[in-house]
Write a protein that binds this ligand. Structure first.
Ligand SMILES: Cc1cc2nc3c(=O)[nH]c(=O)nc-3n(C[C@H](O)[C@H](O)[C@H](O)COP(=O)(O)OP(=O)(O)OC[C@H]3O[C@@H](n4cnc5c(N)ncnc54)[C@H](O)[C@@H]3O)c2cc1C
Length: 307
């Protein structure tokens, strides 16, 4: 089922059908802060009040043309300006296919550089999300090249990929901040661990490489076992709780997010917003059977109405 949902998440014909459905839209609201930057700012402000920081993500991936990539870049520049004006404790996460990675690597890199320069002008930070494996190497290459000019740039490593240990060693060598996550895309067993317990074991192994590196990394998971392993390792190695941060997604395990802050850990919440929520929503459904069952029950019960 996970494989099917991840396959469907890339289906451009299904997207309008699901997105028109009012029940889908209501359910997506659990994971997406709203359609506008104002909505995302409001969500970030509320989190900041509760001592959680944020990373804003304007939804959208795989743009069709250069104009779309340039528009996305303009929006990211404005987002950094707005974060500064609002004095938010927030940075930005973006996907390279939204900046035209599949159209032209040169164009994409030029746009990332302009956004990284803006981030740096505010002393802020730009996180480059990791997409499917067709983009892994190019994402790492661009991150390293842009980082060499603007230090406030980092990326994401997915524990399900066999290559990740090597990638982490390479990135640590150049001082790059890393967000460690399990990985959200459909990958074949030739390149990724197919079994959850192996992904989890690799996550813990990679976390143990990151934490003692002296670089400020993000441990992005809602999994209590991964969180417990991180806390125990940090305690054992005497790594202070302000030397790394936990990260979670907007709308998922908010109880745990706040509990960790009460315990003295740093927590950053990834806040997606915008109208292009379909692939992001499908990936969240794929992660948890209960979400999917709820969705299917309501979608076919007629409560969705206008589909
Ligand atoms: C801040 C952040 C940034 C991310 N960035 C990327 C990225 O750049 N590239 C990428 O490939 N992936 C990214 N991911 C997604 C990640 O790879 C996983 O797919 C996702 O976090 C689920 O894995 P998990 O570690 O929470 O563990 P899981 O084992 O999947 O889940 C553990 C528990 O968390 C809860 N949970 C997890 N997912 C959901 C959900 N959708 N709905 C409700 N409850 C849920 C459930 O209680 C579940 O039992 C990111 C995740 C986070 C938190």
């Amino acid at each position: 089922m996970r494989t099917l949902l991840l396959y469907l998440s890339e289906n451009k014909r299904l997207a309008p059908f699901i997105m028109r459905n009012s029940m889908s839209r209501r359910m997506a609201q659990r994971f997406v802060a709203g359609e506008t930057l104002d909505d995302a700012v409001k969500a970030a402000r509320e989190l900041n009040r509760a001592k959680l920081s944020a990373s804003l993500d304007m939804l959208g991936e795989n743009v069709a043309d250069e104009a779309g990539a340039r528009r996305a870049a303009e929006n990211y520049l404005r987002m950094f300006d707005r974060i500064a004006v609002e004095k938010l404790e927030a940075n930005i996460s973006l996907k390279l296919t939204q900046l035209g990675l599949d159209l032209s690597e040169g164009l994409c890199e030029e746009l990332v550089e302009s956004i990284a320069a803006r981030a740096m002008s505010y002393g802020s930070f730009l996180r480059i999300d990791m997409e499917g494996s067709a983009h892994t190497q190019r994402t790492l290459d661009i991150t390293k090249r842009v980082r060499a000019k603007f230090a406030g740039v980092g990326t994401v490593i997915q524990a399900y990929l066999y290559r990740s240990e090597q990638d982490i060693q390479d990135l640590i060598r150049v001082g790059c901040r890393i967000r460690l996550c399990k990985g959200a895309y459909k990958e074949p067993p030739e390149i990724a661990f197919p079994r959850k317990q192996d992904v989890d074991a690799n996550f813990v192994k990679l976390m143990k490489l990151l934490l003692p590196s002296g670089i400020y990394h993000g441990i992005a998971t809602h999994d209590p076992a991964m969180i417990q392993a991180t806390k125990e390792f940090a305690r054992e190695k005497k790594i202070a709780s302000d030397q790394f941060e936990f990260q979670m997604l907007y709308g998922i395990r908010t109880d745990l997010q706040r509990r960790l802050v009460r315990e003295g850990y740093r927590m950053r919440v990834y806040i997606p917003f915008g109208t292009e929520w379909f692939p992001y929503f499908m990936r969240r459904l794929a992660e948890r059977p209960a979400n999917l069952l709820f969705f299917i029950r309501n979608f076919f019960s007629g409560s969705g109405g206008e589909a």
